[in-house]
Design a protein around this ligand. Structure first.
Ligand code: ATP
Ligand code: MG
Length: 249
């Protein structure tokens, strides 16, 4: 299925639109977040006092030099890295109060992540890759739902292919279908087009924004592409472990 048709399929499954406004409750609220990890030459202060608020349903582009802490910031929002100090409240949930198990459950139900390098499970078909998180989330119709999601990203004809039998753009579409299948409140994307050619990258971006718009998911998009960051409407610049500035596009 061509991508323009694919996007049309996604539009309506009864989800409500959420208008992003400055007064909407925060999807992401970080206050004074520090994160120090052990490096080979001693502790590395990766995040050094991050303050960031992202209203529910809005989109933000995260930019900044390599090594500035963008991916680490995303990992904190996903609950995959514990902060050393400071407060992280995601979709109204204070991470400091959560056990690892609680965090895993929360993540499954509320957060979709798309990595630069796809992170698909190589021994599972495209269909299984999308269905498994749905099963974890307790969906009885996991496989039927996964099939629908894959058709929605134009991969109805590739469901039984393993990641190694898919092109880069196709793998990224599977990753996007997987991240979006649970209709996460928050969609986190780390350079999702980094490994794709221009045309395929554009299709993935169109799909990402279409999912964000039609389902009111909050979108956090890390990118080195200034044009793409502007598409989010708000650009946050990370520099040396802090929020170094921001602008509305
Ligand atoms: N597990 C770790 N242990 C120690 N240091 C780490 C760890 N992970 C990342 N770092 C360091 O933290 C800094 C920030 O890394 P991060 O991956 O967040 O950067 P980034 O802004 O995403 O960069 P890029 O644009 O290259 O992806 C880097 O200097 C990196 O070397
Ligand atoms: Mg990174």
């Amino acid at each position: 299925m061509p991508m323009d048709q694919a996007q049309a399929v996604i539009v309506d499954d009864g989800a409500k639109m959420t208008a992003p406004t400055a007064f909407a409750p925060a999807a992401i609220s970080m206050e004074g977040v520090h994160l120090t990890l052990a490096g080979p030459a001693g502790p590395v202060n990766i995040l050094r006092g991050v303050d960031l608020t992202v209203p529910q349903g809005s989109a933000v582009g995260i930019v900044g030099p390599s090594g500035s802490g963008k991916t680490t910031l995303l990992m904190v929002v996903a609950g995959l890295e514990r902060v050393s100090s400071g407060k992280t409240v995601i979709a109204g949930t204070d991470y400091a109060r959560m056990s690892e198990d609680d965090l895993a459950l929360f993540r499954r139900e509320n957060i979709g992540i798309v990595f630069q390098s796809f992170h698909l499970i190589p021994t599972m078909s495209a269909l299984e890759n999308v269905a498994v998180p749905l099963e974890f989330a307790g969906r009885k119709d996991a496989f039927a739902r996964a099939e629908m999601e894959l058709k929605a990203v134009g991969l109805g004809h590739r469901m039984d292919h393993y990641p190694g039998q898919l092109s880069g753009g196709e793998q990224q579409r599977v990753a996007l279908a997987r991240a979006f299948a649970v209709r996460p409140k928050i969609l986190l994307a780390d350079e999702p087009t980094g490994n794709l050619d221009g045309g395929t990258g554009q299709q993935i971006i169109d799909l990402l924004f279409s999912l964000h718009r039609h389902h009111g998911s909050t979108l956090v998009l890390i990118t080195h592409d200034p044009g793409l960051a502007r598409k989010c409407g708000r650009i946050v610049r990370v520099g040396d472990g802090v929020i170094a500035g921001e602008e509305l596009a």
